[in-house]
Design a protein. Structure first.
Length: 114
C-alpha cells in the first residue's frame, strides 16, 4: 500500500486545514485508515481513524474540532481540522492497517502559529 499525504501548511490559531491521504489500493478493503501525528520531542499519537465499517475513533484532544471522512471512489481519506491550536502543530502521517500490517505515508507538516 502506498499512501500520499497532502494539505499541511501554516495556519493561524483558530483556523482550518484539510489533509488528504490518497491510497494506491481500495481503502474499503483496509481494516482501518487514519492519521497520526508527532510533535517535536513527543511520541507519535493517533489523531483519528476510520474502519472498514465506517466507524470512527478520535483522540480526546481533537474530538469536536477534527472530522475524518473517506471517499471510497477516490481511495482518499480526509482530515478536516477546525479551530486549530498551537498544540496541534506536528507532522501528520497517514497510516493504513491491512491484513499484512500497517503502512505509513510520508508526513505533512502542520504549523499553527500567529
Amino acid at each position: 500500500v502506498q499512501l500520499q499525504a497532502s494539505g499541511g501548511g501554516l495556519v493561524q490559531p483558530g483556523g482550518s486545514l484539510r489533509l488528504s491521504c490518497a491510497a494506491s489500493g481500495s481503502i474499503f478493503s483496509f481494516n482501518a485508515i487514519g492519521w497520526y501525528r508527532q510533535a517535536p520531542g513527543k511520541q507519535r499519537e493517533l489523531v483519528a481513524n476510520i474502519n472498514s465499517g465506517g466507524g470512527t475513533n478520535y483522540a480526546d484532544s481533537v474530538k469536536v474540532r477534527f472530522t475524518i471522512s473517506r471517499d471510497n471512489a477516490k481511495n482518499t481519506v480526509y482530515l478536516q481540522m477546525n479551530s486549530l491550536k498551537p498544540e496541534d502543530t506536528a507532522v501528520y502521517y497517514c497510516a493504513a492497517d491491512t491484513i499484512v500490517g500497517r503502512s505509513w505515508g510520508q508526513g505533512t507538516l502542520v504549523t499553527v502559529s500567529s
